[in-house]
Design a protein around this ligand. Structure first.
Ligand code: BV8
Ligand code: ZN
Length: 243
């Protein structure tokens, strides 16, 4: 296995999923076989789920806010911060995680593709999303003080479009023509959720090199040139050679 060399000719796009936060004690999705309190996550984390039972959805997110409030980044997060410091604007981190741990660890060039657990917006008016760590007592739905409508977590639910600006930022990085060679590394993701799961193919279409670091084989493992099986907190700190 040739090493992952990060030098002045490398442009590195990293995609992370729930597995990267697992060693910080944040539960993964499919680890719960996608079920929460006997509800498929896709049913709770969706506009339909919110319309049907906003109090249940707030119970789901309040529990996750409470669980993620005082978790700490792990060595996998720290390794990504070192890679970014080494590569500067030739580094971009797209995360599917909503726990904010990359920012807590010191990553700056981060795209929160699926939103952020600690941000809230209004489901019924266009007020700016705002930072919010409030954990709501079970059965309550917080009200917007601008329009009286229902507040909701600022998270991209299943069936909702990702922010076009986020997708454009990732797309620009992939298609950038600056004489550097593109490398893509996905870590801690089951490759089950789109469009994140399709990034590896976008990278291959511009002949980029692709790596997967995951505890087990993912849905799209065969799309990667390299697969390193293991825990990201143990693999990432020693995987790359910074030149
Ligand atoms: C959209 C917010 C337009 C919720 C999330 C094309 C084909 C098929 C389906 C679709 C498609 N396009 C769109 C869809 C529908 C849908 C989709 O992909 N469905 C799947 C389930 C089939 N996609 C969407 O709806 C997206 N929107 O495309 O809009 C559209 C809409 C409809 C139809 C067409 C187009 C929106 C997707 C965003 C959904 N929101 N999060 C919340 O978080 O509460 S996704 C949710 O899953 C989380 O963000 C999570 O991060 C993400 C992905 O899961 P993973 O991160 O991979 O986590 P998982 O637990 O699955 O895996 C963890 C992995 O880590 C495991 O493999 C494990 O082995 C490994 N691991 C564990 N520990 C470690 C480890 N690895 C290393 N070290 C360890 N220590
Ligand atoms: Zn409102």
């Amino acid at each position: 296995m040739e090493p992952l060399v990060l030098d002045s000719r490398t442009r590195l796009l990293v995609l992370t999923g729930a597995g990267v936060s697992a060693e910080s004690g944040v539960p993964t999705f499919r680890g719960m076989n996608g079920l929460w309190e006997n509800h498929p996550v896709e049913a709770v984390a969706s506009p339909q789920g919110f319309e049907a039972n906003p109090a249940l959805v707030w119970r789901f997110y309040s529990q996750r806010r409470a669980g993620a409030a005082d978790v700490k980044p792990n060595p996998g997060h720290d390794a990504l911060v070192r890679w970014e410091q080494h590569l500067g604007d030739r580094f971009l981190l797209a995360t599917q995680n909503v726990d904010g741990l990359h920012t807590k660890a010191g990553s700056q060039r981060v795209v929160d593709m699926h939103g952020n657990l600690f941000r809230t917006k209004c489901a019924d008016c266009s007020r700016q999303p705002f930072a919010d760590a409030t954990v709501h007592p079970s059965g309550t739905v917080p009200k917007c003080d601008a329009c009286g409508g229902r507040l909701r977590p600022d998270i991209v639910w299943f069936g909702e479009m990702l922010d076009p600006q986020d997708l454009a930022r990732i797309g620009e990085f992939i298609t950038r023509q600056d004489g550097t060679r593109l490398v893509f590394l996905a870590a801690g993701t089951s490759g089950a959720v789109w469009p994140a799961a399709g990034i590896v193919d976008e990278v291959r279409s511009v002949r980029g090199d692709t790596w997967l670091v995951n505890y087990e084989s993912a849905a799209n493992t065969e799309r990667f040139h390299h697969f390193v099986q293991g825990q990201s907190g143990q693999v990432l700190p020693t995987l790359a050679k910074l030149v």
